[in-house]
Design a binder for this molecule. Structure first.
Ligand code: NOJ
Ligand code: CA
Length: 673
């Protein structure tokens, strides 16, 4: 490996020393380590930077423009090439938690240095990394005489896709990303947020997104040209309220723009380019960052059985919380989420959001006593910090609140930003919001606190750098099955999320609703069978998984033993079979032993599948405990029937499984001695 790096650095030096006049072409290519993916970049005859991407001989991205517009100039043309340099990397890094323990980061890098010929002669550098399963690039704004503080008013980055492939997308303005993902040819899309999941051919699946969103604004894309043979997408950033897109000071870097490229749909889920394009972990000692499961005083509010604010139906009382702590201790859950415990909810929430107080409990909630009680039983409270979008008010209290939680031994918080805008003005997904979220994550890291971020900016793999950011919402989650006037999430929704929102990072979906009818509105409830609720625990990934129902609903339920058995940290993830939006089977191996957990689920259509257990180690026997849809089960009319059976299986076993309409199965595979 060392020799390889040395060779590349020598080559890099040689190339950068070549005078431009000697370089015939203002263009260079870089191939992935195996040579299957090749990126070409250069400057055209008006000095405009561009790139294109191939898989073997097959064109994937055609000539696509690069560059930016600034308030006081243009960084998109009039460039001359200063030079190219190359590097290569092959490392394997360890995740404190994740869908697998070790991640290989193997790429070839090409850096293109540009300077403008006239005027301010500004410099711009573009760094490309090409992996065997995709690519990423970013803009670097070097320190220079004629670029200090600057404002980006447009990012001109293009992604010109060959053909007009089908893509799964979410509109850029879906509130908090809580919308339904839809499939249509790229040319038919409006402005959409990323990730964009592209089904190009039976053997070409891609995901377009960004990685390491730091001090920049979130990426959206929209088609700007569709011709026979191609569709051209252009970057569209979320603005500040005055129209600025990004406020920066050189030296500065943009987030990575990335495209994963897979032969098979299942590969999208195990592709790790996004994580690899993030910076290594900045938290020196990560031993305090844990994984686990939690219950909480939460669904009861969404069921309108209790209120967040103080009053006769207040949910966050000492007595009620104690019941949840006792339940958690009894069933092996490490956390109890409590919402509505602090002053602020009694206000006209949303409008008066700036009154939330993150240290002062309501008088009927013995914050200190409850946490001591929880700790004595091996459990901890998870403090809820709803801000109502008042980010400044929260920032002013961060140190005081996090110091208090740390002193009390509270290890995790759930943050929330329910409001159209932050601080009455700025969009959550703008640079303003991105800066705020980062402040919270960094402050929390200093105080050894893990964060579950609701109403977030779309995740971009930041958990590699800050593993205390354990999950985000940014999804049409379970709560929609409580109060959505249109009936709740449709059955196919859960079969889309693993290939769309989940590619951006762990989701706090809050699975495990066992009482599947009789909710707030007659037709609004989870449109799944009970077995599919169990499958959510394996298919939807987060290192802190909730059993979201009111605890009474878990009483005397044999299905609950699967949730009790489930870990939430994995050494390996395999997707044996799937079709986006139709069905998916996910298998994950426990981080702590050799056991596996499998979840399968289908859309509104019943399905019979043959599941090969060839992911099990050969020569090993496993006891399989299978939780599957019972006879006659189907999601809306008869969601509860479940059959639990036990089998002995091995690497060669093939399980014949029936999934009811919007049903599924969950399997625990216990390695036999
Ligand atoms: C929306 C969040 O998604 C939900 O989990 C929470 O209960 C409410 N906001 C109140 O903060
Ligand atoms: Ca929400």
């Amino acid at each position: 490996m060392k020799t390889k790096i040395l060779k590349h650095s020598i080559l890099a030096v040689c190339l950068s020393l070549l005078p431009m006049a000697m370089m015939a072409k203002q263009e260079a290519t870089v191939s992935s380590p195996s040579g299957n993916i090749t990126l070409t970049t250069g400057v055209d005859n008006v000095g405009r930077p561009y790139y294109s991407l191939n898989r073997g001989k097959e064109e994937i991205l055609l000539h696509s423009a690069l560059g930016l517009k600034l308030k006081d100039g243009d960084l998109s043309n009039d460039f001359r090439l200063i030079g190219f340099s190359r590097a290569t990397k092959d490392e394997t890094w360890h995740q404190p938690w994740g869908e697998e323990d070790d991640v290989r980061n193997h790429y070839n890098e090409l850096t293109m240095k540009l300077a403008q010929k006239k005027g301010l002669q500004r410099q711009l550098t573009i760094v490309f990394r090409v992996f065997d399963d995709g690519m990423g690039f970013r803009y670097v704004f070097p320190q220079q005489k004629n670029l200090s503080d600057f404002i980006i008013t447009d990012e001109l980055t293009e992604f010109c896709f060959k053909g007009d492939p089908e893509a799964w997308t979410l509109p850029f303005d879906a509130d908090y990303y809580e919308g339904l993902w839809t499939k249509a040819p790229l040319s038919k899309k409006q402005k959409v947020c990323t990730p964009v999941t592209i089904e190009a051919k039976p053997d070409l699946y891609m995901m377009l997104h960004e990685a390491n969103l730091t001090d920049y604004s979130s990426l959206n894309v929209k088609p700007i040209e569709a011709k026979e043979g191609y569709v051209r997408l252009k970057a569209e950033l979320v603005p500040w309220s005055n129209g600025d897109l990004v406020r920066a000071k050189a030296p500065f870097v943009s987030p990575w723009r990335m495209l994963s490229v897979e032969d098979h749909v299942c590969g999208l889920i195990t592709n790790r380019i996004m994580l690899n394009l993030n910076d290594p972990c900045k938290i020196k000692d990560t031993s305090w960052i844990t994984t686990g499961k939690y219950v909480g005083v939460w669904w009861t509010y969404h069921m309108q059985h209790a209120t967040w604010g103080i009053g006769p139906k207040h949910g966050a009382t000492t007595e009620n919380t104690k019941r949840y702590i006792d339940f958690a201790a009894e069933h092996g859950f490490k956390g109890v989420l409590v919402e509505g415990w602090n002053y602020g909810w009694e206000n006209d929430w949303g409008k008066e959001g700036d009154k939330f107080n993150f240290t002062k409990p309501y008088p009927d909630y013995d914050f200190d006593g409850l946490q001591k009680y929880a700790l004595s039983k091996g459990v901890s409270l998870i403090a809820h910090n709803e801000t109502g979008g008042a980010a400044k008010n929260y920032e002013e209290q961060l140190e005081a609140a996090f110091s208090l939680y740390e002193k009390m031994g509270i290890k995790a918080i759930k943050t929330g930003y329910v409001n159209k805008v932050m601080d009455n003005k700025e969009l959550q997904h703008s640079q303003y919001g991105v800066r705020h979220y980062r402040k919270v994550i960094e402050a929390a890291a200093r105080h050894h606190i893990m964060v579950v971020n609701h109403e977030p900016a779309m995740p971009t793999g930041l958990q590699r750098t800050y593993p205390n950011l354990i999950a985000s919402e940014g999804v049409r989650g379970q709560e929609w099955n409580a109060w959505d006037g249109a009936g709740g999430n449709p059955p196919y929704h859960l079969c889309v999320l693993p290939f769309t929102r989940q590619l951006a990072g762990p989701i706090d979906f809050t699975p495990g609703i066992f009482k599947l009818e009789g909710q707030v509105y007659a037709h609004t409830h989870p449109h799944t069978t009970l077995a599919k609720q169990l499958a959510e625990y394996v298919v939807i990934y987060t290192p802190w998984q909730m059993a979201a129902d009111e605890i009474e609903n878990y009483k005397d339920q044999p299905a609950f033993t699967f949730i009790e058995a489930m870990p939430s940290n994995w050494q390996k993830t395999v997707i044996p079979m799937a079709e986006i939006g139709k069905y998916i089977v996910t298998a994950r191996q426990n981080r702590d032993n050799q056991d596996w957990f499998v979840g399968g689920m289908t859309d509104e259509n019943a399905r019979d599948i043959s599941l090969k257990l060839d992911f099990l180690a050969p020569g090993t026997t496993y006891k399989a405990i299978i939780y599957k849809d019972g006879p006659d089960a189907e999601y809306d009319k008869n969601p509860y029937p479940m059959t639990i059976e036990q089998l002995v299986v091995n690497h060669d076993s093939v399980l014949k499984l029936h999934m009811a309409k919007s049903g599924g199965f969950a399997i625990q595979l216990i390695k036999q001695a």
